[in-house]
Ligand binder design. Sequence first.
Ligand code: SF4
Length: 302
Amino acid sequence: MTPASGRAGLSDPPTLRLLSLGAGVQSTTLALLAVEGALPAPDLAIFADTMSEPRKVYAHLDRLVAVLTDVGIEVVRVSQGDLGADTLSTAGFMRLPAFVQGAGNGAAMLRRQCTERYKLEPIRREIRRRLGARTSATGAVLTPPPGAVAEQWIGFSTDEIGRVKDQRVPYIRNRYPLLELNMSRQNCLAWLRRRGWGDTPKSACTFCPFHGNRQWREMRDHDPAAWADAVEFDRRIRQRTFRGPQEVPFLHRSLLPLDQAPIDQVQRKELRDQQGDLFDLVEHGDPDGCSPYGCRSGGEAA
Ligand code: SF4
């Protein structure tokens, strides 16, 4: 495995080494490997905060930040704002990959635009700033000086090797330490359990339409506050004016209000789709939630 891939400065030492901290299983493993010294300490870890994650994710992040800070690894939280509040207040514009009536009988998923705007953009802005980029008169952080390159660690495990791709910006080159260590997601889970981090949650917005039925059930049965938030959010995203059914959004692919959606059973149509990825997705959702680079359902946001 090539330890690093990307377009810029492959052989040059990076100006900056950082961990993209999604706070799910894989990036938590990377962070703790660095704490233990099994990986060199990154200069910083960046968490992109949509301000819309369930409380247990923030509690997990707080615990992780304390451990990282204790060994001198800086953790930066960047944010583009509150994705949930923005979605409810931005009339007519839906960045979430919500479900709407498709052209045939079934549901169609809107294009995911939230990850790019609320995770990738703030991360890249912070990286440019750390690399010494100037700020324009309008406050935009410009391109970093030539030769300045950040090595960004991304927590893809061996089961996610298909997601590896080059960065689209020349000042970042990606590195995948879990692949170098030949660690699968199951390896990460076992490794975390042995260290008392077995309850690492999936990191994703409470209302994410990529949740599978199992994730919705777990939320309903074990995190009633988050479930109530999601049900209310789902109700409120339809309190807008729509030109037709193709624009009426739902969080669940059944196109039913979340508290009426058939999350306790896999529908017959979904069973027919078992050959593809859809069955897994309907039932289990993304295995690690939505990391900036690893959302299975959409890949890195374009
Ligand atoms: S978790 Fe879901 S809603 Fe939140 S940024 Fe990721 S894809 Fe969008």
